[in-house]
Design a protein around this ligand. Structure first.
Ligand code: AMP
Length: 342
């Protein structure tokens, strides 16, 4: 095959390129120089293209290089956190999936519109700090991996925590924060794949995140917590697998189907390939979705050998990375590449 699968070196790049290699593609990693030592260890990466920063991919010269190698670029969280939606849309390299939907992930208002259209239960948005009348979570915009998030229960606690972020130059203004009702329950991230070729929504796995230091706070007895004024943060360190109660799967599929339909009506041709619904299961087993990702999420790194769910559909170990590669291979084989690229 003379098609090359390429991605940025971070997030889930190992899984994506391993899957691509297993499916017979050439593989190329766009790699920051500081990460070269890590990525040169993996023999399934055919070519490493070194850059000073991922912004370098915006140059036409760099994109020409990718096009000469017949590259398809797989977007993931790092692409979204480095480049603005306009910049991603301006790329002249074929991107797997619908690159225009990535704007809907990055923009809180579009995101909310998509979730409402998909009939998902969502937490209440709190418009400003004077309206904080319950436990809330304050979030930074964009794919920050939970960094800088904090909890607030009233205006004062919000101001205290946000001025800390301002002092640390993480934000320059309170208005950069997005406030949402805090939903009590257990978090779950549900990984799906939508194939425009077969028209199927596939459940590929689920995970929860392991976050510092909200997941460490329970290791400190409450008398110490009260005395040292701990402010939990939500910086993602890793992921933990989840198998859902089977009786929850009816809703899981319905949510996935509804999301696909909503995406088709709002940003044609809709979602293509991986996406993730991210939320909290409350005590009555209802899922409240606080976010979605319109591309592969890093939680899928858990399932390089397939998951409990992907093993039900496929007679081989199917990671999300490999699933992307098989979709591209099937599209190439049936001359339908136009259906899965943008
Ligand atoms: P995010 O980066 O928005 O996916 O969220 C990072 C973490 O914040 C999640 O793993 C959850 O633990 C937590 N979180 C985000 N939004 C909410 C919410 N509305 N209610 C409860 N927890 C939340």
């Amino acid at each position: 095959m003379n098609t090359t699968i390429s991605t940025l070196g971070s997030h889930c790049s190992l899984q994506v390129l391993k899957g691509a290699k297993d499916e017979g593609f050439n593989t190329l990693l766009i790699c920051e120089k500081k990460r070269y030592k890590l990525y040169k260890r993996f023999s399934f990466i055919d070519k490493l293209l070194l850059v000073d920063t991922y912004h370098d991919i915006l140059s036409q010269e760099f994109q020409n290089q990718l096009n000469e190698l017949n590259c398809i670029l797989i977007p993931h969280g790092t692409l979204i956190s480095y480049l603005k939606p306009d910049q991603i849309e301006s790329l002249k390299v074929p991107i797997f999936g619908n690159k225009y939907i990535l704007r809907w992930e990055a923009d809180r208002h579009l995101k909310q519109k998509m979730m409402i259209n998909a009939k998902l239960n969502t937490p209440k948005s709190i418009e400003n700090k004077f309206d904080i009348d319950r436990l809330c979570i304050a979030k930074l915009h964009g794919a920050a991996g939970g960094k800088g998030y904090f909890l607030a229960h009233d205006k004062n606690s919000f101001e205290q925590a946000s001025s800390k972020l301002i002092n640390e130059h993480i934000i320059s203004n309170e208005s950069e924060l997005y406030l949402q009702e805090y939903v009590m329950g257990v978090p779950a991230f549900i990984h799906y794949f939508f194939s425009p070729l077969s028209n199927d929504v596939e459940l590929m796995g689920a995970d929860r995140r392991y976050e510092s230091d909200i997941d460490g706070i329970g290791r400190v007895p409450s008398r110490h917590q009260n005395n040292v004024n701990l402010e939990p943060t939500y910086n993602v360190i890793g992921n933990i697998p989840i198998v859902l109660r089977e009786s929850l799967l009816t809703d899981v599929y319905e949510m996935g189907d509804n999301f696909v339909e909503a995406s088709k009506s709002l940003i044609s041709p809709g979602i293509i390939g991986p996406f993730c619904l991210e939320g909290v299961y409350t005590s009555d087993g209802k899922f409240v979705t606080f976010e979605f990702s319109a591309r592969i999420v890093a939680g899928t790194n858990l399932y390089v050998n397939g998951s409990q769910y992907s093993n039900l559909f496929f007679n081989e170990e199917m990671s999300m990375g490999k699933r992307i590669a098989t979709e591209i291979k099937n599209a190439l084989g049936s001359a339908k590449l136009g259906k899965i690229l943008s």
